[in-house]
Design a protein around this ligand. Structure first.
Ligand SMILES: [Fe+2]
Ligand SMILES: [Fe+2]
Length: 218
């Protein structure tokens, strides 16, 4: 999402700009399986509801970081912009639900974020660095899944909207990763490699619940 665009009307989105997804595919340790894509297409209202939850959570998590780590100008600025964009996405997804006549429905959180956060180190600045790395994985995975859905979805407007999101979510991935490295005293490569495995396992292994970030349908 470009800063300054404040409309929530998705009918007037500009034609999505082609985003090079190769950095995303290299960063992630696994590609989304066809089984997940098929299940998502068969359960689109659930995926849209969970997507709305994800946008809200993305903003909330970033807001927590802004309160906890006030010393970094870079972090404050990047996350302030990110929160603005995630809240705009949230409004847009609410608009899509409204248009489709889809009522808000409570949906519990899946295992995905918890499955990574349980490995977060408990001392600073390591805890902060881990949360930022996890944020990079969540953004990268979101981007990968929007691209996968946009390819096959039988709804031109939704496909266009998912393609439109690729640009901001791929930038969010890069911002989180850059922040993690710049705020760490040590090289973060090893930590990134660790979470790459954890994340790929969450995506590849059977998952009883279907969610936007769930594993292979069990
Ligand atoms: Fe978003
Ligand atoms: Fe994002």
């Amino acid at each position: 999402m470009d800063v300054g665009e404040d409309s929530v009307d998705i009918t007037h989105l500009r034609t999505p700009i082609k985003v090079d997804l190769s950095p995303i595919y290299n960063f992630l340790g696994a590609r989304t399986t066809q089984a997940w894509v098929d299940a998502a297409i068969d359960n689109l209202p659930l995926i849209i509801q969970d997507h709305a939850n994800c946008e809200k959570k993305a903003a909330g998590t970033a807001m927590n970081l802004i309160f906890r780590y006030e010393f970094s100008y870079d972090l404050q600025r990047k996350l302030a912009q990110l929160i603005r964009e995630e809240m705009l996405h949230y409004e847009q997804v609410l608009g899509i639900m409204n248009e489709r006549g889809q009522d808000w429905k409570y949906l519990s959180a899946g295992r995905y974020a918890k499955g990574m956060l349980k490995h977060k180190r408990t001392y600073e600045p390591a805890a902060m660095v881990d949360v930022l790395i996890i944020g990079a994985f969540i953004e990268a995975r979101s981007c990968e899944r929007f691209a996968a859905l946009a390819e096959v979805i039988d709804d031109a407007r939704l496909a266009k909207y998912y393609r439109y999101l690729l640009k901001s979510e791929s930038r969010h991935f890069e911002d989180y990763l850059a922040l993690a490295q710049s705020l760490s005293d040590d090289n973060i490569d090893e930590r990134v490699a660790f979470f790459k495995e954890v994340e790929a396992e969450l995506i590849d292994s059977p998952d009883a619940e279907l969610r936007f970030h769930s594993g292979t349908p069990a």
